[in-house]
Design a protein around this ligand. Structure first.
Ligand code: SF4
Length: 436
């Protein structure tokens, strides 16, 4: 009996955590019998996995939905689906404003299972009933491992707890199975993510288990690199740093969003942890491994932020020289406590503070990169175009940091290969290297 087929196209917006949802959904749909297409004009089903974190992301999501809706009018698309954080956060509003959308679903795993079943029924597909693994949308040699979903920290500016609820850690055995199957599928670089990775396990095991998880991941033979992102400052401790520094596969790299450093600002943001603790951890890291890469993010223009408090933030970054810094202007998100706060800072002033921090960090980043020149580093070949290899070392996280740019010459190398390079020049965000 000839099996029915249907094609699906998916636009995955927002963060890497949302991308994991997209990959799980695509895996289920493929196992039902769908084929995945990259051109929306060839898709029977179009799915937009939205982001609803801040205003600019919400606008971008709507623009993408309206763009895909075109293919329902002019193309072969028979079903337009909207999933993810925006439809989780505003289901009724979106239904009213976007009549061209056939199906809305939120962020729950059960919702995704239900959606895959519904689409399979709609196209009369009955493959292996949705038991496929993730269909990676990253290059085959790297993947994200989402170890928990949701967050209990309730920062006063953040809508995530409103969208994804409280922290739900994934049982360690399931994570290790997932990591092993990713490694068997060719993944060598694993990036560990969640809204707050360092409180992993608190809800399941009654205590943080991130060190135990990282050590267990490092024992998976086929994995070469394991990187930890989205840590929460006050649960970053010496034991975690010692674990990372002592395990070769655990990269000397940490993403630790601090958002601010002034004690009053941290309190108004409901950020747990103190300036003293953050400074202690930064200094501990610098002593433990001078080549350790420190990434962070900061919010400028939070309601009530005075010029003096902003100056304190600048002075802190000037003194501690983070390798990577993502700066954001405060976004007044409805439903969050901070949106109602007095002392909202005007856009022009937010912009001025953002530019000041950004410009200062450019100099720091350049200086930190220049200090690496002359050194040799193991790199992963991320992308090859014509005669150029775009590589990353332990110091460059995928999709958020720069590259080590290497001339290919006549080298027989392919994406996903590892090789050694000597760093010959520095730029603000990229490095230049030659193979050795
Ligand atoms: S730690 Fe704060 S900013 Fe991050 S997801 Fe949780 S509530 Fe949001």
């Amino acid at each position: 009996m000839e099996r029915n087929t249907a094609s699906v196209g998916l636009v995955s917006l927002g963060c890497s955590k949302n991308r994991v949802d997209s990959e799980r959904l695509l895996g289920m749909l493929v196992s039902y019998g769908f084929t995945v297409v990259n051109e929306p004009s060839r898709a029977d089903v179009l799915i937009v996995n939205t982001c609803g974190f801040i205003d600019s992301a919400k606008e971008d999501s709507i623009v993408n939905v309206l763009e895909m809706a075109q293919y329902k009018r002019d193309g072969r698309c028979k079903c337009l689906v909207v999933t993810g954080c925006l439809s989780q956060r505003y289901p009724d509003e979106l239904r009213a404003e976007l009549p061209e959308v056939d199906v809305f679903t939120g962020v729950s795993a059960a919702g995704y299972d239900e959606l895959a079943k519904k689409l399979a029924r709609m196209f009369d597909l009955n493959g292996n009933a949705g038991c496929g693994g993730r269909l990676l949308t990253t290059p085959p040699f790297r993947a994200y491992l989402r170890i928990a979903d949701g967050c209990d920290n309730c920062c006063t500016y953040c809508a995530i707890p409103l969208i994804r609820g409280g922290r739900k850690s994934v049982p360690m055995e399931r994570l290790l199975d997932e990591a092993r199957s990713l490694a068997d599928g060719g993944v060598t670089e694993l990036t560990v993510i969640a809204q707050d990775t360092t409180s992993y396990g608190m809800d399941l095991y009654g205590k943080p288990m991130i060190c135990e998880l990282l050590k267990a991941l490092a024992r998976i033979e086929k994995l070469k690199w394991i990187r930890l992102l989205y840590t929460y400052p006050n649960t970053v401790d010496e034991a975690l740093i010692d674990t990372i520094v002592s395990e070769e596969k655990l990269l000397n790299y940490i993403d630790m969003p601090i958002q601010h450093i002034d004690s009053d600002m941290l309190k108004r943001m409901n950020r747990h942890g103190t300036r003293e603790h953050i400074e202690h951890i930064v200094e501990y890291i610098r002593r433990a491994a001078p080549d350790f890469i420190l990434r962070t993010t900061a919010i400028v223009g939070f309601p009530g932020e005075t010029e003096a408090q902003f100056a304190e933030l600048l002075e802190f970054f000037k003194r501690h020289n983070f390798d990577r810094l993502g700066a954001f202007t405060y976004s007044q998100e409805d439903g969050t406590p901070a949106a109602e706060y007095e002392g909202q800072v005007c856009d022009e002033e937010k912009r001025r503070r953002y530019d000041a921090l950004y410009t200062m960090q450019q100099e720091i980043s350049m200086r930190r990169n220049a200090a690496r020149v002359g050194g040799t580093e193991r790199v992963l070949v991320e992308l090859i175009t014509d005669d150029t290899l775009y590589c990353r070392s332990y110091a460059e996280a995928p999709e958020i940091d720069g590259f080590i740019i290497v001339e290919r010459g006549d080298r027989d190398v392919k994406e996903g290969d590892y090789m050694d390079v000597r760093l010959t020049a520095a730029r603000e965000y990229d490095m230049i290297g030659v193979p050795i």
